[in-house]
Design a protein around this ligand. Structure first.
Ligand code: XMP
Length: 516
């Protein structure tokens, strides 16, 4: 079995980054909420080491989260971060206090203690090291057996450790970008745990293929292929495992980008030799959307039809027992919720949740353990073209939500052409990979223009380009004026039906990335 590290989550905003850092170092790890980590779980999971994450609670509060005490009795290394550090000290006999004065948020500098520690091997440069702090509470007395190995002006116990028992506790967050050398601490911790760094995409591919074969046996699998990175990688991986036992259903709702349907069909059917049903349902979708201009109604109409169409085609596949989905690790991690209560629906997202139960299908989810960039690496490993793997995200409802107001075939054609010119511009200028997502929205207004000697009365469009990490927040991309001018000229010259181009400089929040 691959060596693995267990991350016990106490609800920090940055717990996922701990997992990212370890995986970048080719170590397999999983995040589990503290409530699920019982003695039985630990015995079965058999981690090589444990990391206790940060979190918003205060250990001085009654009922605040704790890991089971047995984590300190198994003899494996434990690293506590922020709240993890405090909970560790508290449980091992130290003291934690709350207090305004010693709260620290943001950049701080840690200086070394008198002795060195293997965890800090090669870490301190120039006598001190920049770290990122974010804590209200602080440790006021360390547990017996612990020594101080680093201090900051507001955190006298910034780094402590009990080298004999392999327990380490840091007040700052080594996983964030603002602790520039944090990776070194994780590297050293991995070495102290004797963890092999052998978790590579090649190894993952082999293991995943074995698991799929074991799960599916000689049964059939259906996969909804959207042409997006996740479903494409899942399909290619499953195809490699079980060949023609897999059938993909590609629903063309008429809201795809220029050349997209052809590209998907050619690649998967001709290049990968997959059984692929190309469900050309453009008339059905566009017919149902006629006269619909409310964004939520559009989304719901598309979502409902999508499920109907998918189900219709899937039912034609005799004896299918499994449905493949490109679910990723961030969707699977159970988050530790302290606030409770439902959050507001901003947009109803397009998904096929609920379908497997309705159709009596079991799920195959070979990407459940991967982050998005790992899926991209797996895609490259499986031979998917780089430009395909690196494509910007594209929403399930497609161009419908980039065409505010009523959708017509004419508007969609104009939008597709303008979008193709814009993306071509971005690629030509070498900006594609710097931008998280870029697209054109066609606006529901016509404006007056003059071209040659004549008057025009055509649509206006908006260019959108954002930088983001996860789509939850975003900033507009700062194109140069030259780039914007050149792109506007090209769109107006090359796309009949558009005579005005604007650039959307709204960040998210308060805007959203898509227009609807
Ligand atoms: P918003 O517009 O909410 O979008 O800021 C955030 C990210 O989500 C994508 N998006 C969707 N993706 N189904 C999807 O698969 C949807 O219904 C959907 N709506 C928005 C959007 O493109 C952006 O990347």
């Amino acid at each position: 079995m691959t060596d693995r590290i267990l991350i016990i989550d106490f609800g920090s905003q940055v717990t996922q980054l701990i997992a990212r850092r370890l995986r970048e170092l080719n170590v397999y790890c999983e995040i589990h909420p503290f409530q699920n980590v019982t003695d039985g779980f630990l015995a079965e999971y058999a981690p090589k080491a444990i990391i206790l994450s940060g979190g918003p609670a205060s250990v001085t509060d009654e009922g605040s989260p704790r890991p089971p005490y047995s984590i300190f009795e198994t003899g494996i290394p434990v690293l506590g971060i922020c709240y993890g550090q405090q909970v560790m000290m508290h449980m091992l006999g130290g003291q934690v206090e709350s207090g305004h004065k010693t709260a620290e948020f943001g950049r701080a500098y840690v200086s070394p203690g008198a002795e060195s520690l293997p965890l800090l091997e090669g870490w301190f440069s120039e006598g001190r090291e920049q770290v990122w702090m974010s804590h209200g509470d602080h440790v006021s007395a360390i547990a017996s057996g612990f020594e101080v190995y680093g201090t900051s002006p507001n955190a006298p116990f910034a780094i402590t450790g009990d080298a004999a028992r392999n327990f380490y506790a840091v007040q700052f967050h080594p996983e964030v970008h603002h602790t520039p050398n944090g990776r070194r601490i994780y590297e050293n911790f991995i070495d102290l745990a004797g963890c092999k760094r052998d978790w590579t995409m090649g190894a993952y591919r082999e293991e995943a293929i074995e698991k799929i074969r074991e799960q599916v046996g000689d049964k059939k699998v259906i996969c909804g292929l959207s042409g997006g990175v996740d479903s494409s990688v899942a399909a290619v991986l499953i195809h490699e495992a079980i060949g023609d036992q897999l059938t993909c259903v590609f629903v063309d709702h008429g809201l795809l980008r220029q050349g997209e349907a052809e590209e998907v069909v050619t690649m998967f059917r001709d290049h990968y030799n997959m059984q692929l049903i190309h469900a050309d349902e453009q008339d059905l979708f566009l017919g149902a959307l006629e006269g619909v201009s409310d964004p939520e109604e559009k989304r719901k109409t598309i979502g409902r039809l999508f499920i109907d169409v998918f189900q219709k085609h899937a039912n034609e596949i005799d004896g299918a027992e499994f449905l493949a989905q490109g679910t990723l690790y961030p969707d699977v991690i159970e988050s530790v919720s302290f606030s409770g209560g439902p959050s507001v629906t901003i947009k109803s997202h397009h998904n096929v949740g609920g379908l497997p139960e309705k159709m009596g299908l079991k799920l195959v989810e070979p990407l459940r353990e991967l982050f998005k960039d790992e899926v991209r690496r797996l895609g490259v490993e499986l031979g998917l073209p780089k430009h395909f793997i690196g494509r910007h995200p594209f929403p399930g409802p497609g161009l419908a939500i980039r065409c505010p107001g009523e959708i017509t075939r004419d508007k969609l054609d104009i939008l597709r052409q303008a979008d193709a010119v814009y993306i071509d511009q971005i690629r030509r200028h070498g900006l594609y990979d710097e931008i998280w997502q870029a697209f054109v929205a066609i606006l529901p207004v016509r404006t007056v223009g003059v071209m040659g000697d004549g008057r025009t009365y055509d649509y206006a469009c908006a260019l959108r380009a954002v930088t983001s990490v996860d789509g939850m927040t975003a900033d507009y991309y700062p194109f140069s004026h030259e780039f914007l001018g050149e792109t506007a000229t090209r769109i107006i010259n090359e796309v009949k039906g558009i005579n005005r181009v604007t650039y959307d400089i709204t960040s998210k929040p308060p805007g959203t990335i898509e227009w609807e």
